[in-house]
Design a protein around this ligand. Structure first.
Ligand code: NIG
Ligand code: FE
Length: 415
């Protein structure tokens, strides 16, 4: 029988419920429950209310009571909806070259870039890779991130992409957080592939995608639509095939040039990620669609380029999530809360919009309905920050990390 636990009293609980999926949010729209309690049943939330309301029910249910002795703000577990944490090696040289004036594309063309990480990742076996992922996922967990999307994309052959996806599955068994795998075999044309972009995508369609289905390795397909990767014309049949096979689609879109977001909208993708180069036309198109726009400020900070026009996306009525894009090339930092706060400062996002972007709107970017809010029947995933007001958390721009993290109804981290 599932055990009940009651946690509280919590100075402020922000359930992140009754908020819109799309468009701007004012801070006064946030629900804040003071002196709250969370009643857990097994791995799910059973009820939230004031602690005094719940204590009687908890006694009737013979719940274990976890009494908090100081001030805490409780937020739903954060969701990092876009990462590349399955990689081996470092690209510190790229960073130095970039800061010395070379562009991302120039570095890629001269032997650095994604292909360098492919070479290093291919040298690691599945176990080594799964340990790399687990280490990074544990780092994220200590920052309150309880669900992490993880892409392949540094294998770039059938065998190596499968190795990456198996490593993600293996890591998922060994970490507390939930890892959501995505196939990014269409990250760039592998330098050692005998054929052009169309031939490579054809091989992915006929060989890789069916194996993903048979082995149930992922239900998400991503593609990098960009001059250095795949054109909209090339990628279209691949995405169409993935849609026909029932995969959810996400696109690396409009990072340096536009085109990707149009594909995302046309193909009914779950999300379009990056969007640093999106103009008013793309913003309008995204806002009118059901595609979640995912800003990746970590890539802007890593590359020293524009932020995603997050304010305009929200004001146009779009749904905005924020993710870390943690990868060895463009976004080596891997600190979601810090990055979300910095984006908020430069793009003038309300605290409600920042929190929405890393909780329930990020869950929508992964089509997950069991996390991102503290709602009964969803997973008991949440973090406690040692403060008495939620504004303090964002004010510290990522330097205030959670003191306590719960995942699936268990205490998994305490500072
Ligand atoms: O999301 N833009 C393409 N892919 C990654 C970068 C990968 C890399 O540089 O290794 C990104 O920024
Ligand atoms: Fe990315």
């Amino acid at each position: 029988m599932a055990r009940y636990k009651l946690i509280g009293p919590i100075t402020q609980l922000l359930p992140m419920t009754n908020l819109p999926l799309k468009g701007a949010i004012r801070d006064d729209q946030l629900t804040v429950i003071k002196n709250a309690g969370i009643l857990i049943k097994g791995e799910n939330i059973h009820a939230i209310s004031t602690f005094s309301d719940l204590i009687k029910t908890a006694k009737e249910l013979n719940a274990e009571v976890v009494e908090l002795q100081s001030s805490f703000v409780c937020l739903p577990g954060f969701i990092d909806a876009h990462t590349h944490i399955c990689f081996s090696g470092s690209r510190a040289n790229d960073y130095a070259m970039r800061n010395a004036g070379k562009s991302y594309l120039e570095i890629a063309k001269s032997g650095g870039g994604i292909w360098d990480t492919v070479t290093q990742t291919r040298k690691a076996d599945q176990l080594e890779l799964s340990l790399c992922i687990a280490k990074r996922a544990n780092h994220l967990l200590k920052n309150g991130i309880t669900t992490v999307e993880v892409k392949s994309g540094y294998g770039l052959s059938i065998k190596e992409e499968l190795k990456m996806l198996h490593a993600i599955r293996e890591a998922n068994h060994n970490v507390e957080s939930d890892l959501i795998p995505t196939c990014l075999a269409a990250h760039m044309l592998p330098k050692d592939f005998d054929g052009d972009h169309t031939d490579y995508l054809e091989e992915l369609m006929t060989t890789l995608l069916p194996i993903l289905k048979i082995e149930n390795l992922t239900n998400r397909v991503d593609a990098f639509v960009e001059q250095s990767a795949f054109s909209t014309k090339n990628i279209y049949p691949y995405i169409q095939k993935a849609v026909d096979m029932g995969f959810d689609i996400t696109i690396h879109a409009d990072q340096f040039t536009t085109g990707g977001s149009e594909i995302a909208v046309k193909m009914n993708a779950v999300s379009a990620d990056h969007l640093e180069a999106s103009t008013d036309a793309e913003i309008k198109m995204l806002a009118a669609s059901d595609v979640i726009a995912v800003a990746l400020p970590g890539a802007s900070l890593g590359l020293g380029c524009n932020f995603t026009p997050a304010r305009k996306i929200l004001d146009a009525g779009g749904a905005l999530a924020i993710a870390s894009d943690w990868n060895p090339g463009s976004a080596p930092m891997g600190d979601l809360l810090l990055q979300a706060c910095i984006l908020g400062t430069f793009q003038k996002l309300s605290n409600a919009e920042i929190l929405a972007a890393i909780t329930y709107r990020a869950a929508a970017a992964l089509r997950l309905s069991n996390c991102g809010t503290t709602t009964p029947e969803t997973l008991a995933d949440f973090s406690f920050f040692a403060t008495d007001h939620y504004n303090e958390i964002l004010y510290h721009q990522g330097k205030m990390t959670p003191s306590i993290v719960w995942k699936r109804g268990e205490l998994v981290y305490r500072k």
